[in-house]
Design a protein around this ligand. Structure first.
Ligand code: TRP
Length: 325
C-alpha cells in the first residue's frame, strides 16, 4: 500500500524513485495505491484545482505503467472507511508525539497561518490509509520513515488494547540501492520545488527537454586519461545510464577515459534519448486526461476494490473494539 500526493506534474525522480517500484510490485503483491487527496486538504484547503491534480496524478501513474486492472488505484476521499478508522486511531495517538513529528514542525513553519488539527494528525490519517487494508509493505522513501514508525506504534497500541488485528507495516523496496536521479544543475537530486530548469518533468515538451539537458553543467573535459569525474559530469553519466543504450554509455565512458569526450555531443545524445523516453509517456498522459469517462471508471473501479478490503477490516475493527451492539 502506498499513497501518492496529488501535487501534479511528476518528474524523472518520481519515476525512477517511486513509480517504477510500484510497477514492479503490481506483479508480485496485492497492491493498493491511493491518491491522498484528504492529506492535501491539511495544507491546501482551496479545492479549486484538486480535481485536476487528482486526474493528472492518476493519468501520469497509469501512463508510466501502473495497471488499474492489476492494482486497486483509488482516491482516498472515496473510501469513507478511511475516515472512520482515522477517528478511532486518533484516540490512540498522543498530542505530544504528534507535535514532535518532523514533517509537522516543517509544515507549521511553512504555513504559520494555518496550523490546523488535521496537520497535527497527518500521520494518524496516513496510518489509517495503510492499516485499512492490513498492509504489511509500504513502498516509500526515507522521508516517510518517521510516519511509518508512528503507524507501527499506533498498530501496537491498537493490538495491545483491542486484540491482534493489524500487522506492523514496514517500508519496502526491492533491496536495490534506491535510484537517486541527479538534478541537471550539478548538485542534489531532481525536485519539484527546487530548480525547475534542472528537473525533467514527464509533461515537458520535447524542445524543453532538449534545452534543459543542453544547459547541464559541463567543463572543458578531462586533461588526464582515466581521471575521476567531477560530480556534475558523473551526474550526466548517471542520467544517461537511465535512458540511453549500453553502447552509447560505453562510448562516452571510453571517450571520457581517453580525453576525447565532447560534452556538446554527449548532451545532444542525452537530450534525444530523454525525448524518446519521456515523450511517449507525455503523449499517453494527454490521451488519458482527455478521456474523463475512462478516468472516472478507473476511480470507481479502484474505489470498489478498496472499499471491499476496507469493509472487511472495519468489521473486524468494530468487533475488536466492542462497537458491535
Ligand atoms: N505522506 C505521504 C507523502 O507525503 C503520502 C501518503 C499518504 C502515504 N498516505 C500514505 C504514503 C500511506 C504511504 C502510505 O508522500
Amino acid at each position: 500500500m502506498s499513497g501518492i500526493r496529488p501535487t501534479g506534474f511528476l518528474h524523472l525522480g518520481n519515476y525512477f524513485g517511486a513509480i517504477r517500484n510500484y510497477i514492479k510490485m503490481q506483479d508480485d503483491f496485492d497492491c493498493y495505491f491511493m491518491v491522498a487527496d484528504l492529506h492535501s486538504l491539511t495544507t491546501h484547503p482551496d479545492t479549486k484545482h484538486l480535481k485536476g491534480n487528482v486526474q493528472r496524478v492518476l493519468a501520469e501513474n497509469i501512463a508510466c505503467g501502473l495497471n488499474p486492472d492489476k492494482v486497486a488505484l483509488y482516491c482516498q476521499s472515496q473510501v469513507y472507511e478511511t475516515s472512520e478508522l482515522y477517528l478511532y486511531l486518533n484516540m490512540l495517538a498522543y498530542t505530544g508525539e504528534l507535535e514532535k513529528t518532523v514533517t509537522f514542525k516543517d509544515k507549521i513553519r511553512q504555513h504559520p497561518g494555518n496550523i490546523n488539527a488535521g496537520l497535527l494528525t497527518y500521520p494518524v490519517l496516513q496510518a489509517a490509509d495503510i492499516i485499512l487494508h492490513r498492509a504489511k509493505y509500504v513502498p516509500v522513501g526515507k522521508d516517510q520513515e518517521q510516519h511509518l514508525e508512528m503507524a507501527r506504534n499506533f498498530v501496537n497500541r491498537f493490538n495491545h488494547r483491542y486484540g491482534d488485528v493489524f500487522p506492523e507495516p514496514q517500508a519496502f523496496n526491492y533491496n536495490e540501492v534506491l535510484v537517486k536521479v541527479p538534478s541537471l544543475d550539478g548538485s542534489g537530486k531532481m525536485s519539484k520545488s527546487e530548480n525547475q530548469m534542472a528537473t525533467l518533468f514527464l509533461a515537458d515538451e520535447d524542445d524543453v527537454i532538449r534545452k534543459k539537458v543542453l544547459k547541464a553543467k559541463t567543463d572543458s573535459g578531462p586533461k588526464e586519461n582515466n581521471s575521476e569525474k567531477p560530480e556534475y559530469i558523473e551526474n550526466i553519466f548517471l542520467l544517461m545510464e537511465l535512458v540511453s543504450s549500453r553502447e552509447i554509455v560505453e562510448k562516452y565512458e571510453a571517450d571520457y577515459n581517453n580525453c576525447t569526450i565532447r560534452y556538446g555531443d554527449m548532451k545532444k545524445q542525452l537530450g534525444e534519448d530523454m525525448v524518446n523516453f519521456i515523450s511517449p509517456i507525455r503523449n499517453k498522459v494527454e490521451t488519458i486526461l482527455n478521456d474523463e469517462i475512462y478516468l472516472k471508471s478507473v476511480m470507481e473501479q479502484g474505489a470498489e476494490k478498496a472499499r471491499k478490503s476496507a469493509r472487511a477490516t472495519m468489521q473486524i475493527v468494530r468487533e475488536a473494539m466492542g462497537l458491535n451492539y
